[in-house]
Design a protein around this ligand. Structure first.
Ligand code: MG
Length: 238
């Protein structure tokens, strides 16, 4: 049985310092012919890319034609790799160290993405920041359905890959939406205030654990291990 970790991307693994918004604004201009500024238009953190696309059309007072939401998302994905180097984004503290420690030493702790990014958007970000070899599988925003739907697909994916210790499933995220989607699949949330929400705001949604930023790999792994039943002492057993 494995523990399963579901990782959010923006504000949890990394920050693009809003480089994604540049790609979004350009894609909106190309698809609708209208000027748009995602920085002032919508609160984006915690929302899926498809939900942001729907909201973008609403804010512009436009009714999207058939396929237009998909087209906006595709153009955003295509523009993203060129936008990411325009801002000083970075991998957040301890992320790389935790993922490397888990990848090397802990086959009994499996990590997946659980993200409101589209598959292409997630891949562009993880590739740009050098995390794609550590984490690439998971569930993404593929339609306008809510984040809880992405969470259910992520859990299905983890179960298909092997036995899951159902009481050792943890969503790691930076917004109340992450906490809500974890609750929707009966998972715990390890919340970090490294995105758009403060410690106080996150605490109101009662995550399992709450940190200002991700702890050291040792502390992180020790925390995950508190969920597993204590191993039999060495030398004991049948
Ligand atoms: Mg996030």
């Amino acid at each position: 049985m494995a523990s399963v970790l579901f990782w959010d991307i923006d504000g949890t693994l990394l920050t693009t310092e809003r480089a994604g918004m540049l790609a979004w604004n350009d894609a909106v201009r190309e698809v609708t012919g209208r000027e748009f500024d995602l920085r002032t238009g919508i609160r984006t953190s915690g929302f899926t890319d498809y939900q942001i696309a729907v909201r973008t059309f609403e804010v512009l007072g436009l009714q999207p034609a058939t396929g237009e939401i998909d087209r906006l998302v595709r153009r955003y994905e295509e523009r993203l790799p060129a936008s990411l180097p325009l801002r000083n984004g970075r991998v957040l503290d301890n992320v790389r160290e935790i993922l490397e420690a888990l990848a090397g030493e802990r086959p009994d702790v499996r990590s997946y993405l659980l993200t409101g990014n589209t598959p292409g958007g997630a891949r562009a970000k993880l590739t740009h920041f050098g995390l794609v070899d550590l984490l690439s599988e998971g569930a993404f925003s593929v339609d306008t359905r809510p984040r809880a739907d992405i969470a259910r697909r992520a859990l299905d994916l983890a179960r298909r890959a092997g036995p899951v210790a159902e009481d050792q499933v943890v969503v790691i995220g930076d917004t109340p939406h992450d906490i809500e989607c974890a609750a929707a699949i009966g998972a715990r949330t390890l919340a970090v205030a490294t995105g758009g929400y403060s410690l106080d705001e996150l605490q109101r949604h009662r995550p399992w654990r709450l940190f200002a930023s991700l702890p050291s790999p040792d502390e992180f792994i020790a925390l995950i291990d508190t969920l597993a039943p204590a191993a039999a002492p060495a030398g004991q057993g049948a």
